[in-house]
Write a protein that binds this ligand. Structure first.
Ligand SMILES: Nc1ncnc2c1ncn2[C@@H]1O[C@H](COP(=O)(O)OP(=O)(O)O)[C@@H](O)[C@H]1O
Ligand code: SF4
Ligand SMILES: [Mg+2]
Length: 369
């Protein structure tokens, strides 16, 4: 598959770490036993790139994000697979102090509920110092270390259009949802981690602020030589920032490849449904066709056959049981029986340029279901 070609590490474009996820499965314990929320995911995050993961609500995106930090909490657990990060090893096998040090320092992150996860009893600055101390700052290197951390934090906040000094002096309740979201992004970047995981980083922001934040994420990513994963239900967000795109459905990756190629020539019926559901800026709003039906829940994801078949117009008998083939061409893959023949009549005329930030897909299908 793609991205495996650089085993000679000498002349990297950057020294960003690569991430290789292999056979990753995560289950949650429910009344009906342990059920998979993420199943057999293989995904490479090539060094120095931004990968976007997109899919409707419930498709397993946040669970995948948590797995990158080995932070899936009970009743969930990583049931199989590995998350290899250059310089760090298999994160899925880390625990205790090793794992604690990796989070924040090696892997920066904003969880989906970042707006609500600040400590209400401490100022943002107080929490920043706690974060620094928990990574050994202010002990071996003296207080200058912490001063540098505060300077860095203020700089990042200023850059995101906030008054950094004031935000650091504020309590959670004094900040709007959008401000808290930017605080979350600052906390993900401030320790200079080289792998950064952002789960729905801009959902609480208006369109203009969202565009600014996405631009800053991209700039910081390039300046620091990061390897970044952006998780979102908004195709416009990935169209704007991601080099590569992975589409998730029912806990599985159904299509992946370079963002422009996937958006310009989507092959999996789910990806095509997502794109067809977006009102085009240039077109008639009535042209958007909501994908019928709803995504599966943990207890309704089919254990066998294609996970998407309940909603697929191309469903065939062969889709009902067994493994669906992974079809690869160039740097792309799709998991679908209908893609195998790569028929021309399943092609769509969507171009990446017609997708803009704010084209959320969370409510897709609701109108027609
Ligand atoms: N703590 C939990 N306990 C049980 N089921 C969960 C838990 N967290 C998530 N799930 C289920 O796992 C599936 C994937 O959820 P999630 O990873 O949050 O998806 P997404 O981020 O794509 O919306 C959903 O069906 C969700 O209901
Ligand atoms: S495998 Fe079959 S049911 Fe699944 S997306 Fe492809 S054609 Fe549709
Ligand atoms: Mg989520």
């Amino acid at each position: 598959m793609a991205a495996e070609q650089s085993s000679e590490q000498s002349s990297d474009r950057s020294s960003a770490p690569g991430v290789r996820i292999r056979g990753l499965s995560v289950v949650y314990r429910t009344g009906a036993g342990e059920l998979p929320a993420v199943s057999g995911i293989d995904l490479d995050l090539p060094p120095g790139t931004i990968t976007g993961v997109v899919g409707e609500s419930g498709s397993g995106k946040s669970t995948l994000a948590l797995s990158l930090l080995n932070a899936v909490q009970p009743p969930g657990r990583i049931a199989a697979g590995s998350v290899e990060i250059d310089g760090l090893g298999d994160v899925a096998a880390l625990h205790g102090d090793g794992l604690r040090r990796a989070r924040g320092r090696h892997i920066g992150y904003v969880f989906q509920a970042a707006q609500n996860s600040l400590n209400p009893l401490k100022t943002v600055g107080g929490q920043l110092l706690d974060l620094g101390r928990s990574h050994g700052m202010g002990r071996s290197h003296g207080p200058d270390d912490l001063r540098g951390l505060v300077r860095e934090a203020r700089g990042l906040l200023d850059r995101m259009g906030l008054d950094g000094a004031r935000v650091l002096d504020s309590y959670q309740h004094e900040l709007s949802g959008g401000m808290r979201q930017r605080v979350g992004i600052m906390l993900a970047l401030v320790l200079n981690a080289r792998v950064v995981v952002l789960d729905e980083p801009t959902t609480a922001l208006d369109m203009i602020t969202q565009a600014t934040i996405l631009r800053i994420i991209r700039e910081v990513h390039e300046e620091r030589g990061l390897t970044t994963l952006v998780i979102t239900h908004d195709l416009g967000v990935v169209a704007e920032v991601a080099d590569n795109l992975a589409v998730m459905y029912g806990g599985r990756l159904v299509e992946q490849g370079p963002t422009g190629e996937v958006l310009g020539d989507p092959r999996h019926p789910y990806t095509r449904g997502l794109l067809a559901a977006i009102p085009r800026l240039a077109g008639d709003i009535g042209e958007a066709r909501a994908l019928p039906g709803r995504p599966p829940t943990l207890d309704s994801v089919p254990a066998d056959g294609c996970v998407f078949r309940e909603r697929c117009a191309l469903r065939m008998e062969v889709c009902e049981t067994g493994r669906v083939p992974v079809v690869s061409w160039g740097s792309r893959t799709a998991v679908c029986h209908a893609v195998q023949g790569a028929r021309e009549d399943v092609k769509q005329t969507v171009t990446a340029g017609t997708v803009t930030a704010g084209t959320a897909i969370a409510d897709m299908g609701e109108e027609q279901a």
